[in-house]
Design a binder for this molecule. Structure first.
Ligand SMILES: [Cu+2]
Length: 170
């Protein structure tokens, strides 16, 4: 989170400069990355799959989280996550819960991360890039959530827009 504020600080003068020259470009994309909620997101980082892990591909887009399969064997899992955008950075938070996809607590326009059992997460990364995460899943039910909230009221909470999927380890 500290990185976000730093980026916002670095970005602010650029935005002011852009306004000052009456920049005619009304797109919201920076030259080197993609903006959402006033900050840039960097491309995701993909690490190699450990030999003993089972791979699960997940696609993130506006506005859905789509695992290639709803169920897998418990154990070491390698999530390979692609953000196909088309425009917004997304993240992937893995929450252990028996609640349904639409039943998570919701406060201040997002899922309060101190009120759910977060196993791990991939921080937000730019559209048209991929990221990976390896973790141990014990048997049980999980929700895969993008918990980004944008200031733009037309967008707001990505979770409420539909970015959540159920996932079970058996
Ligand atoms: Cu998202």
């Amino acid at each position: 989170m500290a990185m976000r504020s730093l980026r916002a600080l670095l970005l602010a003068p650029l935005l002011v400069a852009g306004l000052a020259v009456g920049c005619g470009d009304d797109g919201d994309e920076g030259e080197d990355g993609h903006m959402a909620g006033g900050h840039m997101a960097e491309a995701g980082v993909v690490s190699p799959k450990p030999a003993d892990a089972t791979q699960v591909n997940v696609t993130l887009r506006e506005w859905a989280v789509a695992p290639a399969q709803p169920t897998m064997k418990a154990g070491k899992v390698y999530f390979l996550v692609e953000n196909i955008g088309p425009e917004h950075p997304h993240e992937l938070v893995i929450i252990r819960t028996n609640l349904g996809p639409l039943e998570l607590p919701f406060k201040d326009n997002k899922v309060p991360e101190d009120q759910v059992d977060i196993l791990d997460e991939i921080e937000e990364f730019a559209p048209h890039s991929s990221a990976s995460l390896t973790l141990e899943l014990t048997p049980g039910r999980y929700l895969l959530v993008c918990n980004i909230t944008e200031e733009d009221p037309q967008i707001g909470s990505h979770y409420k827009k539909g970015m959540v999927a159920a996932f079970t380890a058996e």
